[in-house]
Design a protein around this ligand. Structure first.
Ligand code: FAD
Length: 489
């Protein structure tokens, strides 16, 4: 359903027993798996400048919509991720974050919400924190008041560093932006590629928000590289230099080191990563390297190299949060496209999740989580306050699903597997069909070449024969000449 006004939305809530709000639907967790009435606020996108530093947006605006308007006024949002198509309502209800060290939701200072009793009201002060990262469990957010920031320019440096240099950057309060990448191979980290950005003053008088979509790059990645990697499966990790290629395909830093850039453009990336590796975890900074070591040595089989992408998350305000203290956000990739892929991935992710929880962390609320959903919230210090608050607002569970119930109460339900086992069968069928097609194409190509070769042979032998005939024919005989031409044709 797409309500066109606040009144429409209230009417819908009044007449619906179970409802789920949806933003862009970019969360790859179980959050959107629901048979309830799905409500999209895309029609509710508007903007009102409340003070020079605070802007009110309709929750249906995309991050890009909001940024476009703000940039024209010399201001911006902070904490967005690599893409900007998320709706503001969805962005603040999960763990959206990026190269800015503070996550997106932490810039929200007020909300307008529609509750289960169909009333629409303001949420302000400390109560706002209950709604940040609340995953749609409290009601529908219809308006978001956000603290905006002046357009910021930064100078970024990229350097290779060891673990202690990584920690220096992770706790450096002067940084405006941070990201790092590293490969774990031969039982140790290769040097970290660390990118740090410091604020600077720029002479730029105007900044334009650039579109980053590169259809050709996305096409090649999705339809050529990924497909061949899937096709060759287990052989891929053994291709010499594949790890370097992975690192090179997502370099830490899209800018030339030392260049002054506007964060509003530079902190976004054209998307080209395997959605399968979308999982992301946050653990307190002190445990960052320990987590990566556990993952590489205990969770990933077959001596595969693990590739880590790190970002930094300052302590978040939400009552439910994946980073209650200063954390590093870790995304892990490893290549293993074998026919037991679903099993391997599920086992590896569960192993990783156990370490994450033991180290005081959690998973990104909008990304897949394989073990009990309840474990995601074990390290959210205010989850009991959240449960009481939620029960008071929505006693009949209008905004709850079996998944979110399991998040809060550890209730069991018939949860569909995060990765369906049928994926392996589909991979097998797809590989067989591709192999069959390749074989047929090769056979046809050989037959065609043989045919061309045979025709050439016939023609040249006929040419020889014709030459003999022509040589023995009187030059004046036009009849013989034309019949020869016909036979040559
Ligand atoms: C290609 C790609 C790249 C990504 N890159 C990043 C990244 O760099 N950093 C990062 O942190 N994440 C990233 N993500 C994850 C994703 O962007 C986040 O989970 C995002 O915050 C989801 O926003 P959404 O609008 O799609 O919300 P949805 O996925 O639609 O919804 C998320 C949750 O919010 C609730 N919700 C939505 N709207 C409302 C509302 N109006 N009121 C109440 N509740 C609501 C929903 O019920 C749901 O529980 C990426 C995802 C993809 C697919």
């Amino acid at each position: 359903m797409r309500p066109q006004s606040h009144e429409d939305l209230a009417h819908l809530v009044r007449h619906t027993s179970h409802m789920r709000a949806v933003g862009a639907g970019h969360s790859t967790s179980d959050l959107q798996c629901s048979d309830d009435t799905i409500v999209s606020l895309d029609a509710l996108c508007y903007m009102e400048t409340l003070t020079p530093r605070i802007t009110r947006f309709g929750a249906g605006c995309t991050v890009f919509d909001a940024q476009t308007r703000l940039v024209s006024m010399g201001r911006q949002l902070k904490g967005y991720g690599s893409i900007t198509t998320q709706r503001l309502g969805g962005a603040i209800s999960t763990s959206l974050h990026g190269q800015h060290t503070q996550q997106f939701a932490d810039h929200v200072i007020g909300l307008t919400v529609t509750l289960a009793n169909a009333t629409t009201r303001r949420v302000e002060g400390e109560e706002v924190d209950a709604w940040l990262g609340s995953m749609g469990m409290l009601g529908v957010v219809v308006e978001v008041d956000v603290l905006t920031h002046p357009l910021e320019h930064v100078v970024c440096q990229r350097h290779y560093g060891n673990e202690s240099q990584l920690y220096d950057a992770l706790v450096d309060p002067t940084l405006a932006g941070f990201e790092a990448r590293v490969l774990f191979s031969d039982n140790d980290f290769e040097p970290f590629v660390i990118r740090t950005c410091l604020p600077t003053v720029s002479n730029a008088t105007t900044t334009t928000l650039t579109h980053l979509e590169d259809p050709m790059q996305a096409f090649v990645y999705d339809n050529v590289l990924l497909d061949w990697a899937l096709f060759f499966g287990a052989a891929v990790p053994h291709i010499p230099g594949i790890d370097d290629a992975i690192l090179a395909s997502s370099p830490a830093g899209s800018t030339v080191a030392g260049e002054t850039v506007a964060t509003v453009n530079d902190y976004r990336l054209p998307v080209r990563f395997h959605p399968h590796f979308d999982e992301e975890y946050a653990v307190p900074v002190a445990h960052c390297a320990a987590l990566m070591r556990h993952i590489a040595t205990e969770c990933i089989d077959d001596n595969l190299n693990a590739f880590f992408y790190l970002r930094r998350v300052d302590p978040a305000r939400g009552w439910l949060t994946w980073s209650s203290e200063a954390s590093c956000a870790v995304r892990v990739e490893f290549f293993r496209f074998t026919l037991d892929g679903v099993d391997v991935e599920t086992r590896s992710r569960r192993c990783i999740e156990a370490h994450v929880v033991n180290l005081g962390g959690s998973g990104h609320f909008g990304k897949p989580w394989f073990s009990s959903p309840h474990n995601m919230l074990l390290n959210s210090p205010r989850r009991h306050d959240f449960i009481s608050y939620r029960d008071a607002l929505d006693p009949n569970g209008t905004f709850m699903t079996p998944y979110t119930r399991s998040l809060l109460h550890n209730s069991t339900y018939d949860r569909p597997p995060v990765l369906p086992p049928s994926l392996d069968t589909r991979l097998l069928v797809w590989r067989c069909l591709v192999a069959f097609n390749l074989a047929i194409t090769a056979i046809l190509a050989v037959l065609y070449c043989l045919d061309v070769y045979r025709t050439r042979l016939v023609l040249s032998s006929m040419e020889t024969t014709s030459g003999v005939i022509l040589n023995t024919t009187p030059k004046t005989s036009t009849l013989r000449d034309s019949s020869t031409r016909r036979s040559r044709i």
